[in-house]
Design a protein around this ligand. Structure first.
Ligand code: 13P
Length: 250
């Protein structure tokens, strides 16, 4: 049984004080989460403060990105071990904003993912097509290619610590979410790819999150799809009431 993972990617939002306020509000009204996992991914600057606040609570902490070297002259970069040290359990890699704005390649993302795994972090590998690729009927090929390249050199036991997030780029921040049926179809394709790369039993254990305009009013239907095992939430994770409703999907 795959335990759904509901994650908030705060992107470049929230000061330390604002982050603390949001997490305190989440903890206050979190309710029963025994059958789901909850994760917040704040900016690096808020990780330390939130790590203390989240200790002994059901909410886990993750980073939005990670570098692949353990230390060295890499101005501006953060090492996997540093994220572990500050209390992170997860790190997002390959978010479409990293791919598009920062020009990250599949190869770089794969190095980050393997470094995260080696340090004992659980990577969330983001994949997703842009609109012209979907319109041209290339969405599946693009996503399968990103999954294969992102997981190059990853063993089956490492895969068990990896989460995939399908985030169609045209659905991010647009309010234009994929239909549950379209999302399900892509998730099934991704799981089929994992079965091909590894084996069916391994593929069946891997959580595949959907991301892209997940909101309180569409989360229940998305989460009812058999291959959707969680949500990676941007905008709606920045407010306690909307993120709590998403966490409490039915
Ligand atoms: P939105 O939920 O704001 O569309 O963002 C999705 C996302 O990019 C999460 O990583």
């Amino acid at each position: 049984m795959r335990k759904p993972l509901i994650a908030g990617n705060w992107k470049m939002y929230k000061t330390v004080g604002e982050g603390v306020e949001l997490v305190e509000a989440l903890l206050r009204d979190l309710g029963d989460t025994h059958d789901r996992e909850v994760l917040v991914c704040p900016p690096y600057t808020a990780l330390h403060a939130l790590s203390s606040l989240l200790q002994e609570t059901p909410i886990m902490l993750g980073a939005q990105d990670v570098f692949y070297e353990a230390q060295g002259a890499f101005t501006g970069a953060i090492a996997p071990g540093m994220l572990k040290d500050v209390g992170c359990q997860y790190a997002i890699v390959g978010h479409s904003e990293r791919r598009q704005i920062f020009g990250e390649s599949d190869e770089l993302i794969n190095r980050k993912l393997r470094a995260a795994l080696a340090a004992g972090l659980r990577p969330i590998l983001c994949v997703g097509e842009i609109k012209p690729q979907r319109d041209a009927g290339q969405a599946e090929a693009v996503v399968v290619g990103q999954v294969k390249a992102g997981l190059a050199g990853v063993s089956a036991s490492e895969l068990l610590n990896t989460v995939i997030a399908y985030e169609p780029v045209w659905a991010i921040g647009t309010g234009d979410t994929a239909t549950p049926a379209d999302a399900q179809a892509m998730h099934a394709t991704i799981r089929g790819t994992l079965a091909e790369l590894y084996d069916q039993a391994t593929a069946d254990q891997i959580r595949i999150q959907y991301g892209g305009s997940v909101k309180p009013d569409n989360v229940d239907e998305l989460m009812s799809q058999p291959d959707i095992d969680g949500a990676l939430v941007g905008g709606a994770s920045l407010k306690a009431d909307s993120f709590l409703r998403i966490i409490q999907f039915r």
